[in-house]
Ligand binder design. Sequence first.
Ligand code: HNI
Length: 147
Amino acid sequence: MVEWTEEERAFIQEIFSKMNYEDVGPKSLCRALIVYPWTQRYFAHFGNLYNEEAIMGNPEVLRHGTVVLHGLDRGLNNLDNIKSSYANLSELHSEKLHVDPDNFKLLADCITVVIATKMRASFTPPKQAAWNKFLSVVVSALSKQYH
Ligand code: HNI
């Protein structure tokens, strides 16, 4: 089981409390689709992903970005049991969506970049360390049902 210090818990809570899901989520997913274009193949049914402008103006992408970010809530609310709280989502991404699990880390990095641009100087190295630890545990939990 992952151990969290009180400081780490507080930093993670703080970052979530300052986060606007409807802003950070879409921006993070758009960034992933632009920076790592091979991730677009999973979202072909969302319509036009032709270029940066199309991706950033695609309502399906924007809506899904918020959905994905809310997917982190189950980690936040189950910090001491992250692994089992992602069992269903892991199975969905593996068995049904066939998402290559390497992509989880790439999207996580995009979320971190967007948060950094929002929080600026207040995203201190210790806060980034706690956040990075949180996302690493989520990514590992999401990859759990792959075999
Ligand atoms: Ni992901 C659906 C959470 C990474 C491709 N994804 C979801 C849903 C959640 C979610 C929540 C909605 C599930 C449902 O409907 O029951 N995804 C997350 C989280 C991460 C993540 C928390 C990592 C931080 N997903 C990824 C990545 C890809 C991805 C990296 C592909 C590159 N996800 C999908 C696709 C769907 C999806 C595709 C279905 C979309 C749809 O609506 O058709």
